[in-house]
Design a protein around this ligand. Structure first.
Ligand code: KMT
Ligand code: FE2
Length: 187
């Protein structure tokens, strides 16, 4: 099964539910790539010795790595952290997450400001570009174990929306319009 992503409905029901539209509107990897979201699938059981993962880390300079086991016993201020993860925000750097166990939703805004929900399962690695509005929630399984990667010393600072004047946001928007321009020229 490939990565599943879809446009969300507008309902204010439990954030851990799938929130599909009716009828369902799935989103392709190509669409995600247009937003600058990258995706790989690896063997989550082999993360310590995975040659493919090593190559990506080397090529993209992901020198830093740690594991985040999202359960109340292992995470200080668990409830507050989850609340903050679900506040729409950006970072000055890429957000790189690799799901090793469990599952959860990364929501990203598309060009028209619609929410796209990305369902992360074991083996899925995504890169969210600097400056993209996003948020995270557990799903109804209530558990995920993630690898976090970073270029150099990690900075996890989240800047909550609105951030239209943040340099990373401006760069991101510039890159998006550049891509649209290229797509138009190709026709
Ligand atoms: C649980 S990792 C994803 C949450 C997030 O967006 C972040 O850490 O910045
Ligand atoms: Fe984030």
């Amino acid at each position: 099964m490939a990565l599943e992503a879809w446009f969300m409905d507008e309902s204010t029901e439990d954030q851990r539910l799938p929130h599909h539209r009716n009828p369902k509107e799935f989103v392709s990897l190509d669409h995600l790539a247009e937003l600058g979201v990258l995706y790989w699938r690896f063997n989550p059981k082999d993360y310590e010795n995975d040659e493919e993962l090593r190559k990506i880390r080397e090529a993209r300079g992901y020198s830093y790595m740690d594991l985040l086991d999202l359960c109340p016993e292992k995470v200080a201020n668990y409830d507050e952290k989850l609340r903050n993860f679900y506040m729409e925000h950006i970072h000055a750097d890429e957000e790189i997450r690799y799901c090793l166990e469990g599952s959860g939703y990364f929501d990203v805004r598309d060009k028209d400001d619609q929410w796209i929900r990305i369902w992360m399962k074991p083996g899925d690695l995504i890169v969210l570009p600097a400056g993209i509005y996003h948020r995270f929630t557990l799903d109804i399984s209530n558990y995920i174990k993630l690898m976090r990667l970073f270029v150099g010393e990690p900075v996890w600072t989240a800047y909550n929306r609105p951030q239209e004047d943040h340099p990373a946001r401006k760069e991101y928007i510039k890159g998006l319009t550049g891509k649209v321009g290229m797509a138009l020229e190709a026709h």
